[in-house]
Design a protein around this ligand. Structure first.
Ligand SMILES: [Zn+2]
Length: 136
């Protein structure tokens, strides 16, 4: 289900036709879904979360935890799959996270909140990811 490198859209217009309007707004225009509205906020199903835009594996359900912030939260990403960018929008300095492969917006990452021993919260829009449940 992951797109091959040569199948990745090259322009925003190509992305626009592949994604729903809400997916496009969040993934390609760095939007944010309203808290508590995403389909994965409380999901506990074991599996792997893929980038909704390109299908790359980004987060394991093992790293998902209850942050009570209204968005799916992970204390770690699959190594090398998520890139961090300084974001100075809205008068704050935050660290934006994007898919390292297709450059789509996922959410933000926060440190030092003390939620888990890794002390890291990847705050991710549900609409940016898609869960592939584990098969046994
Ligand atoms: Zn991607």
């Amino acid at each position: 289900m992951s797109l091959d490198e040569n199948e990745l859209p090259r322009t925003e217009d190509e992305w626009r036709v592949r994604l729903t309007p809400e997916e496009f707004r969040v993934l390609r225009e760095a939007g944010t879904e309203r808290p508590w509205t995403g389909e994965y906020v409380d999901t506990k199903t074991p599996g792997v979360y893929h980038c909704r835009a390109c299908g790359w594996e980004l987060f394991s359900s093992d790293t998902k935890f209850d942050s009570h912030c209204g968005w799916p939260s992970f204390d770690d990403a699959i190594p090398g799959r998520v890139k961090e960018i300084q974001d100075r929008s809205l008068g704050m300095v935050r660290t934006e996270i994007r898919c390292a492969r297709c450059d789509s917006h996922l959410g933000h990452v926060f440190h030092g909140e003390g939620f888990t021993p890794k002390d890291t919260r990847h705050c991710v829009n549900s609409v940016s990811i898609r869960l592939e449940p584990q098969r046994d």
